[in-house]
Design a binder for this molecule. Structure first.
Ligand code: DHB
Ligand code: FE
Length: 286
């Protein structure tokens, strides 16, 4: 059977792609950010996942505002990256695991999550930059992926509680997948940030600190917020926190915090990183 080894949650600011392309890891602006990642890489090198199930939000590359699923699951053999207009280099395509994708889709639909399935899917900076941060030296990506999208772009948003339950159902799907695979989950985006409107530049360190703690031991605390409350507390784009909440939901009740890192600001974002090891085989029941 497949086993879920743990979770990595990380910000995905596009400027990271430019910094990597220009080798700015030791630059005074970037060093405090990049210094967070070696510990996450070391954990992955030990945990050795074969597949990463990635919870993230597409930013208008694969979907657009006219056709935007609340929850989408990739079921492709390969996921290409493409130019999004941020001026960052396009990264190599990532292989998929269609059998695990379809098992997750079936489990989710059985659990009354009526997801959109994507047999063709482009992945944007929310997938490629976390991968570039976690496997910077790989000649070829060492993992396959199953991408799962959550709408954080356009109202109405799914509630944080619903996103936690989505993650829990994905955790049960992974635990019941009949193949000897090591799986990690990834949650990307956040932490607090707002890119536009009168609150552009908004960051809320106190809320981010509370979130980093709750994600370890009390994810239900975050699940009790309404979507609008998360937007108020974390900023309009800080709502990406629900990708982390979903990733946490996939893990069991007992997790160990391996590593946390927080740095303000990267671009307009409070950059966060959290690594959790899973100590329960089966995710919390619905
Ligand atoms: C920024 C952050 C994001 O999460 C994103 O998707 C785009 C831009 C930023 O802070 O610049
Ligand atoms: Fe984003």
């Amino acid at each position: 059977m497949a086993s879920l080894v743990g979770a990595v949650m990380t910000s995905h600011v596009p400027a990271i792609g430019r910094a990597i392309a220009k080798n700015l890891q030791q630059d005074p602006y970037w060093k405090p950010f990049f210094d967070g990642y070696p510990r996450a890489r070391a954990w992955l090198a030990e945990a050795k996942p074969d597949v990463v199930v990635a919870f993230y939000n597409d930013h208008g590359l694969n979907y657009f505002l006219d056709t935007l699923p609340t929850f989408g699951v990739g079921a492709a053999a390969e996921y290409a990256n493409a130019d999004e207009g941020w001026g960052i280099p396009t990264l190599a395509p990532v292989g998929g695991h269609p059998d695990l994708s379809w098992h997750i889709v079936e489990t989710l639909v059985d659990a009354e999550f009526d997801v959109t399935t994507c047999q063709k899917m482009l992945v944007d900076h929310a997938v490629t930059l976390p991968m570039a941060l976690l496997w910077p030296d790989a000649d070829a990506w060492p993992v396959k992926i199953v991408p799962i999208t959550i709408n954080t772009l356009q109202y109405p948003f799914p509630s944080p509680g619903r996103c936690l339950k989505l993650g829990q159902a994905v955790g049960r799907a992974i635990a019941s997948f009949d193949e000897d695979l090591r799986v990690a989950v990834l949650g990307t985006g956040g932490l607090s940030h707002q890119l536009d409107g009168t609150r552009a530049g908004f960051i809320n360190k106190a809320f981010d600190m509370m979130s980093l703690e709750a994600l370890v031991g009390d994810p239900d605390r975050l699940a009790r917020y309404s979507a609008l409350d998360i937007v108020r507390e974390a900023g309009a784009q800080g709502f990406e926190l629900v990708n982390w909440i979903a990733a946490r939901g996939a893990l069991g009740g007992r997790v160990e915090k391996v590593h946390a890192h927080y740095h303000i600001p990267i671009s307009n974002t409070a950059a966060g990183l959290l690594v959790l090891e899973n100590h329960d085989r089966v995710a919390v029941a619905a």
